[in-house]
Design a binder for this molecule. Structure first.
Ligand code: NAP
Length: 281
């Protein structure tokens, strides 16, 4: 059932730049009340000033989402400020773009901490508020349902060389989301997945822990963060369970089901090209 976001309290992590920032801006046009989260307080404050100037109710909550104490404080502060939470958008993320052979346990932990554990723990921390929100929707007969939206990745549906840690963490959040979607159905809480393929990041140096990947990331075919943010908000409005953003994402999420051999061939071709460009490595 389509949902109206006007007046709803939406927590957006990763809102200092990229997809999270554009998602917050787009949510503002739907008159959502916004709690924007990231570590960079200055970037959040700039966003808040811009949104408030446009008449949007918005507050910055600078926090490292991998820190349990910071997460608990963040959720308590949002509830104190807005009186509850109706929607959680987990967009905070990181990646390591390089081969597994040169990786370290620390890099694997760092990627998984943000992309998987922090997202899951944000869901755990906000669940009581989301439950309350859906209960109110039942009581007032509005048909409102709270929601969790996880910004996963094409890497959550298909293995991509040079992004092994990212693929592991994004498959984890994808599988986790599918499991809790079934559990949360009884509470009228929707669990949604958005899988972007390549998105032009504001600053790739900030997005990737390592930049040494040998696979060709074709940024010519990348979508803009604005476009990705629009798809996130559309998914929240329509409650589409799974949204692929970009052509590669569509192949990874849906094309693979109908033409698995073709998609396997495409991926093998990518790796063959990779081996030709780096002979002997
Ligand atoms: N860009 C792509 O090509 C692409 C493709 C597929 C999926 N995705 C996924 O889409 C999501 C957004 O990506 P993006 O392109 O917008 O990346 P981005 O431009 O690098 O932004 C990442 C956001 O996450 C925040 N963040 C990172 N670590 C954090 C932490 N420990 N605590 C709080 N906030 C943290 C960053 O803010 P601070 O640094 O200020 O904390 C920033 O706001 C990620 O989950 C990413 O994996 C991206």
């Amino acid at each position: 059932m389509a949902q109206d976001l006007a007046g709803r309290v939406v927590v957006v992590t990763g809102a200092s730049r990229g997809i999270g920032r554009r998602t917050a801006q787009r949510l503002g046009t739907h008159r959502a009340r916004l709690a924007v989260v990231a570590r960079s307080a200055d970037a959040l404050n700039t966003l808040v000033a811009e949104l408030r100037a446009a008449g949007v109710e918005c507050e910055a909550f600078p926090a490292d989402v991998t820190d349990p104490a910071a997460r608990a404080k963040l959720v308590a502060d949002v509830v104190r400020r807005f009186g509850g939470i109706d929607v959680l958008v987990n967009s905070a993320g990181t990646a390591s773009f390089a081969e597994f052979t040169d990786s370290t346990p620390e890099i694997l932990r760092a990627v998984t901490e943000v992309n998987f554990f922090a997202s899951v723990e944000m869901i755990r921390a906000t669940q009581p508020e989301l439950l309350r929100s859906s209960l109110n929707g039942r009581k007032d007969g509005s048909g409102w349902r709270a929601a969790v939206l996880n910004v996963a990745s094409t890497c959550g549906r298909i293995g991509v060389p040079s992004l092994s840690e990212h693929c592991g963490s994004k498959h984890a959040i994808t599988g986790f989301s599918e499991a809790i979607r079934l559990e949360f159905a009884q509470f009228d809480i929707d669990v949604l997945l958005v899988h972007p393929s390549l998105v032009t990041t504001d600053d790739p140096a900030k997005h990737y822990i390592r930049h040494a990947g040998k696979v060709d990331l074709d940024f010519a075919g990348a979508v803009s963060p604005e476009y990705a943010g629009e798809r996130v908000v559309e998914a929240l409005l329509s409650r589409r369970r799974e949204t692929a953003v970009g052509r590669d994402a569509w192949w990874a999420c849906f094309g693979k089901r109908a033409w698995p051999r073709y998609v396997r061939w495409l991926m093998r071709r990518k790796v063959r090209k990779f081996a030709q460009r780096h002979p002997g490595e």
